[in-house]
Write a protein that binds this ligand. Structure first.
Ligand code: ATP
Length: 310
């Protein structure tokens, strides 16, 4: 059973002060983008995780992997032993501010749910996602959504057109808790977060220029403070013709909004030549959430002699 799950970019990330429980109140406008991890689950003797892809060596393969935790949580709720092999084909940068681990958690959850035919409702799956982490519910639903609370309370948003992006990957990751600590240090009097009406309108109407004018990330100053070279990447993307650039989530990936697909390709190649990033990739939005893309081959029979793949 294979599930494909998108990365995300936060087109707005408004951050309030630290709460007594250590989390921050957020107004987090998520947009799913067409960079994907694929999680494949097959029955096995015991729970194990493997991973392939450019950043595979940075992915934990023990029970701390969000895919393994998702399988365990679902299994525990349904009285199942989670004896499965979870394979992650990883294309989303690790610790890159694009919710790659969350994507794998949501993907494993949906794949195990389909493999075990648990019949879990969407609400139950979203509940498990919220237990796994603030960004996991969005990885399941995809599209665009406003996340409030610590980001896990989702309101779906309408997107009226296709947006074209370039993502510049940096060497090494940034730890999300470290970036939030730096935010607290730099912003002792953070205002209560709120979604910007002009940004929501730009999404709704599919207006790229208006979206470019309203992109914002309250964590950007903290990410740049911890990784000053990100300022060079942001400048290189803008010089290459991006309408706007920002740090993606807690970074260090930077995201650039392009006028159209052609312009995105041009910006990506100029960013690669600039020497200010490890790699540059184009993607579009809004992408669908976690989706089953492959099922195991069924026994041959009339009209049923091929594996179902879409
Ligand atoms: P976010 O944007 O949600 O803040 P991120 O994209 O910055 O997250 P992730 O790629 O999710 O970061 O990885 C953060 C950390 O989570 C990694 O350093 C790793 O130790 C751990 N982790 C657990 N499971 C996974 C997974 N399946 N893939 C990648 N990292 C994982």
């Amino acid at each position: 059973m294979t599930v494909r799950v998108p990365a995300k970019v936060n087109v707005q990330l408004a951050v309030g002060g630290a709460r007594p429980d250590g989390f921050h109140d957020l107004a987090n406008v998520f947009l799913a983008v067409s960079l994907y991890d694929e999680v494949t689950v097959t029955p096995a003797d015991s729970l194990r995780v493997t991973c392939t892809g450019p950043d595979a060596d940075q992915v934990p393969l023990d029970r701390t992997n969000l895919a393994a935790r998702a399988a365990e949580l679902l299994a525990a709720r349904h009285g199942i032993t989670p004896d499965v092999h979870l394979h992650i084909d990883k294309d989303i940068p690790v610790a890159g501010g694009m919710a790659g681990g969350s994507a794998d958690g949501a993907g494993a959850l949906l794949a195990c749910d389909a493999l075990w035919s648990t019949g879990a409702s969407r609400e139950e799956l979203l509940d498990i996602c919220a237990e796994l982490g603030s960004d996991v519910p969005f990885s399941l639903v995809g599209g665009a959504a406003l996340g409030t609370g610590r980001g896990e309370l989702l309101t779906p948003l309408t997107v009226g057109g296709t947006f074209h992006w370039v993502f510049a990957m940096a060497d090494g990751g940034l730890s999300t808790p470290t970036v939030f600590r730096e935010f607290d240090r730099l912003t002792p009097d953070a205002a209560p977060p709120a979604a910007a009406p002009a940004l929501l309108a730009a999404l709704r109407t599919g207006d790229t220029t208006a979206l470019a004018g309203t992109l914002s990330n309250d964590l950007q100053a903290a990410a740049v403070s911890l990784r000053p070279a990100l300022a060079d990447t942001l400048a290189a993307g803008t010089a290459a013709g991006a309408l706007a650039g920002l740090v993606s989530g807690s970074g260090p990936t930077t995201a650039f909004l392009a006028k159209d697909a052609e312009s995105a390709e041009r910006i990506a190649s100029e960013l690669r030549a600039s020497g200010t990033c490890r790699a540059a990739r184009v993607a579009s939005s809004a992408a669908p959430g976690a989706t089953v893309v492959g099922r195991p081959a069924r026994r041959p029979g009339p009209g049923n002699d091929r594996p179902a793949r879409s």
